[in-house]
Design a protein around this ligand. Sequence first.
Ligand code: NAD
Length: 473
Amino acid sequence: MVKICCIGAGYVGGPTMAVIALKCPSVQVAVVDIAQKRIEAWNSDKLPIYEPGLDDVVKQCRGKNLFFSTEVEKHVAEADIVFVSVNTPTKTTGLGAGKAADLTYWESAARMIADVSKSSKIVVEKSTVPVKTAEAIEKILTHNSKGIKFQILSNPEFLAEGTAIQDLFNPDRVLIGGRETPEGQNAIKALKDVYAHWVPEDRILTTNLWSAELSKLAANAFLAQRISSVNAMSALCEATGANVIEVSYAVGKDTRIGPKFLNASVGFGGSCFQKDILNLVYICECNGLPEVAEYWKQVIKINDYQKNRFVNRVVASMFNTVAKKKIAILGFAFKKDTGDTRETPAIDVCKGLLGDKAELSIYDPQVTEDQIHKDLALSKFDWDHPLHLQPMSASSSTEKQVTVVGDAYEAAKGAHGLCIMTEWDEFKTLDYKKIFDNMQKPAFVFDGRNVVNADQLREIGFIVFSIGKPLDA
Ligand code: NAD
């Protein structure tokens, strides 16, 4: 029986390993983490992450061939294949701070693997890492291994939160990069055999290590760039009377471009896009390619611009001040069908409004009150002072200005304005007449995701702003 161990039971490690366990009944899978609470949650009825379909997959295999454990060393020692799916956030201090990937979690995992291994293993990079990380990992493993042989593979994960299970069941592609030596090719084959249980052969791509590592950064950069492109266009639409939904549709009909990922919005979020582009920028700079670095920087700059534009629109529309005005924030997660708030645009928008002394009433179906308060206590990303994620000073504490409530109607009660920050399906079917009747007048809606029917809302009496459309359209 092949034994797999995955270090890191997060948004990637948990779902990917659950699907491998489900699809490969002959493989034993252990997902290990140093975070005891997270492991306890994986072993309970309330999983640590919300992901449609995940509960069902975990229930089918947990205790059979899928195990969650804090006994990291024991499971690593027993495994034939060790996936490493630890977090690789942006460095906050030292060389490359604000851009480079922080590989300390990866390095300590690699040192531990070398330390506890008594048999040869395949070590798989599942985390998103800078190109050439495998070279560093190889050095750490071989210099600490007491003669044990390791093969490193790059197998980046392309799942999207909110559709992770669907993406894992039916991936566009599985990418495996390895050394071109016979040992490297054998390792690639061993991992291919795992995926071949359910992924068609023509969707399993094999490349050299550096292509696989760089492909993940490139894919995220291209995806984020599409969003920034359409968002840049949305600003021009608002200025000229064009409608970004019509423009995106027309552009996306070109088969060379395609219709996906062309929705204008308040901006992209999530733990990956910004982090991976910053990392790409850093790698370009380190490789003497400042022009290429500048090109990718623009993707993030437009994203920041879009969030600022949204805040400015809210404040300007509400007679140039939101001081002491209640504003309902519908949705806080960075996208629908997840409770993840990492880098969500809602954070920057809320902070912008709080900076103008608004009082916020926030509702999200999956994000907890604690998480929202925690997120709003962190300072904003800043190119000039890239040490973001520093706690704000006590005097700028926003707790008194923020209330977290249990539904959209409560959030909107008595509010002057309503901002839709996440495209949760339930926001499409709210009783907006009831909401309007309970709001201050004039009642404003600022739709950061283009989810409401603006014409219907205007008939009710709302003043509506939708991204990429003129205010009075
Ligand atoms: P996460 O923070 O949810 O999970 C990482 C886990 O690793 C944490 O639970 C942490 O406790 C654990 N960990 C860290 N060091 C450890 C160690 N030495 N031993 C044991 N456990 C350790 O992160 P995530 O969202 O799952 O992302 C993991 C990686 O996958 C990142 O590199 C990310 O860029 C990449 N990725 C994420 C997504 C996504 O949608 N979240 C998609 C594709 C790729």
